[in-house]
Design a protein around this ligand. Structure first.
Ligand code: HEM
Length: 278
């Protein structure tokens, strides 16, 4: 079961062209949903206006080579390794969810387009990766849903409280769960297959209403944030002062009065304790 392509077996009941057409329609829905989301929230407009405004506070200009280095670091840190998450549990859960989704979607598309029928035998690695991707997504996603979500982990609300923003994670979970259930019960035209298609249609068709498009917006935001730090603009935030530095103490003479000559570095207050005030 782990080694056979469930879509090739399905080609006896559903014409290959329908399956391929479905993938194309889902791809178009994601593109359309993302564009509508951008128009509705005016996020692109805000993004460029904000970048222009930030440029006014720049202390130096960031060259082309430096911009390439920043883009590379965003790709390696924020995109590929979920480096924006400081909390290791959230990071690991996001890595499982993200890579699980990518592996699951890529192998689905490859199996449906390149190995659509038993006449073109599927390399066993593909269905294996398809199952592994769905499992990674399910493990990372259920972990997030039951234990990591802010509502549940920090605010103590019950895990079954639903909001529209949960459409993304829930449709991801439903898609992976029903895909696995469909495969484990032998594939074919079954109730699990219908639920798998229903949940994946909600996942890809619901981009406009869900958090799906964050995977495109977050890298742009991370890049912009790093450029602002590199050009010294810092969104007009004060620099990170070292309070023990005599130069800083000369600039702010009341520091020794309140904190002594050698003020301790107390770190970020947000990290002082776990957020669980409910
Ligand atoms: C296949 C790709 C991805 C999947 C499946 C995915 C999945 C998720 C999920 C399920 C959440 C929790 C959302 C919720 O609160 O309901 C999340 C949050 C987050 N993701 Fe992703 N993600 C993907 C790609 C990315 C990429 C490329 C980035 C950054 C470059 C990113 C950055 C974030 C951040 C910073 C959060 C937390 C902030 C927030 O909830 O808005 N994700 N992601």
């Amino acid at each position: 079961m782990f080694t056979s392509n469930p879509f090739a077996a399905l080609s006896a009941s559903i014409p290959t062209a329908y399956m391929q057409g479905y993938i194309v329609v889902m791809f178009l829905l994601v593109m359309g949903g993302t564009i509508l989301d951008m128009l509705h929230k005016k996020s692109a407009q805000y993004f460029f206006a904000n970048a222009k405004k930030a440029q006014k506070s720049a202390k130096r200009s960031v060259g082309g080579g430096e911009k390439v280095a920043i883009a590379t670091s965003v790709l390696v840190k924020e995109v590929l390794t979920s480096g924006e998450f400081d909390n290791p549990r959230r990071r690991l859960s996001h890595l499982l969810t993200m890579w699980g989704t990518i592996i699951f979607i890529m192998t689905t598309a490859i199996m449906i387009f390149c190995y659509p029928t038993p006449a073109t035998p599927t390399p066993t690695l593909l269905p294996q990766l398809w199952h592994i991707g769905a499992l990674m997504l399910a493990v990372g996603g259920y972990w997030f849903w039951f234990a990591i979500r802010v509502d549940v982990a920090a605010e103590g609300l019950s895990w079954f409280r639903l909001e529209r923003a949960d459409l993304f994670i829930l449709s991801l979970l439903a898609t992976s769960t029903f895909a696995l259930a469909w495969s484990f019960t032998g594939g074919g035209l079954t109730v699990f297959f219908a639920l798998f298609i229903l949940s994946s249609t909600v996942l890809f068709g619901g981009v406009y209403w869900s958090k799906f498009a964050h995977m495109f917006f977050k890298p742009a935001a991370a890049y912009q944030k790093k450029v602002i730090m590199a050009d010294g603009g810092r969104e007009n935030l004060p620099p990170d002062y070292d309070l023990t530095d005599p130069e800083v103490q000369r600039k702010f003479p009341d520091i020794p009065t309140y904190m002594g000559k050698n003020p301790p570095n107390m770190g970020l207050c947000i990290k002082a304790e776990r957020a669980n005030h409910y």
